[in-house]
Design a binder for this molecule. Structure first.
Ligand code: SIN
Length: 284
């Protein structure tokens, strides 16, 4: 797309994933040309880091509607009382057994146990540690393209069963004090390879915490296959590691990425971000 048409700049952050956007104030109304340009940049780069924003929760909510409709969150535990459509990410909560809770550690894609999972997740940095706390992404389209043809054929028609928490998940979703009940949404089937509705490119669609079965495969066949796909996809060459800047709004495409948080900073340093998700399409 011709960048000269826009008032903002787009600078790629890696060879395949991520771009930083300068020259936009998301607290102000966005015109249609700018909206279309941002939307295309999002499809082209899968992660956008829109720099230099200072948004209240309601302003963040309003601004992200530029990219789509808000996805209602499954768990109200993290909702901001003053703006419940926005949740928070914080390193200051403790699990029931008193351990520091870092939400989102371990590669995953958001809410794949939903029939129609969110297409995107967005965070806005409110307070960051001095170092560390990067968000890591892997590009599942690049990972798919690099698979051997035999593996592409093998996984092409397969469907996986996604649940809230797979019994095979190495990362258990912890219960926090005051949390009334576990979120159970039943099981849904999604293809192991999905086609991005906008780019038309195929992506591996796996989620280590949620996939409990591959339809038609035994446990002995399914688990090594999932491990092999995860190991392949999380190689460094498919990664983009986002180093947060104060004021970043980061939005990413759950349809073609896995992501994870890093808890590699002193716990006394607060890391606090606003978070929301955007409605997507049924994976096909
Ligand atoms: C998430 O998984 O949504 C959290 C990512 C992060 O905190 O870096």
């Amino acid at each position: 797309m011709d960048q000269a048409a826009f008032s903002f700049s787009v600078k790629p952050l890696s060879a395949h994933t991520g771009a930083e956007i300068h020259g936009i104030d998301l607290s102000r109304p966005i015109d249609e040309t700018t909206r279309a340009g941002l939307d295309q940049a999002f499809i082209d780069h899968s992660v956008l880091a829109i720099r230099g924003q200072t948004l209240s929760a309601p302003q963040f909510l309003e601004a992200m509607k530029v990219f789509g409709d808000i996805f209602p969150q499954h768990n109200s535990r993290f909702a901001l009382p003053e703006c419940p459509a926005i949740h928070y990410i914080s390193n200051q909560d403790k699990t029931e057994d008193g351990k520091v809770f870092i939400p989102g550690e371990g590669y995953h894609t958001d809410h794949s146990n939903d029939e129609v999972p969110p297409k995107a997740t967005a965070l806005h940095a409110v307070k960051l540690p001095n170092t560390g706390g990067d968000t890591q992404f892997v590009n599942m389209v690049e990972a798919y393209d690099a698979l051997p043809e035999t593996t592409k054929k093998r996984i092409g028609g397969l469907q996986a069963k996604h649940v809230y928490q797979s019994k095979y998940s190495q990362r258990k979703l912890p219960k926090l004090p005051g949390e009334k009940k576990k979120i159970e949404t039943g099981a849904v089937l999604h293809p192991l390879v999905r086609t991005h509705p906008r780019s038309g490119r195929k992506a591996i669609y796996i989620n280590p915490i949620r996939i409990e079965e591959i339809v038609g495969l035994s446990e002995q066949e399914a688990l090594p296959l999932l491990d092999e796909l995860l190991e392949h996809a999380t190689q460094e060459k498919f990664q983009y590691r986002h180093k947060w800047h104060s004021g970043d709004v980061v939005i990413w495409d759950n349809r073609c990425l896995l992501h994870k948080a890093n808890g590699d900073y002193p716990v006394a340093e607060v890391r606090y971000l606003y978070r929301l998700m955007l409605k997507g399409e049924r994976p096909v």
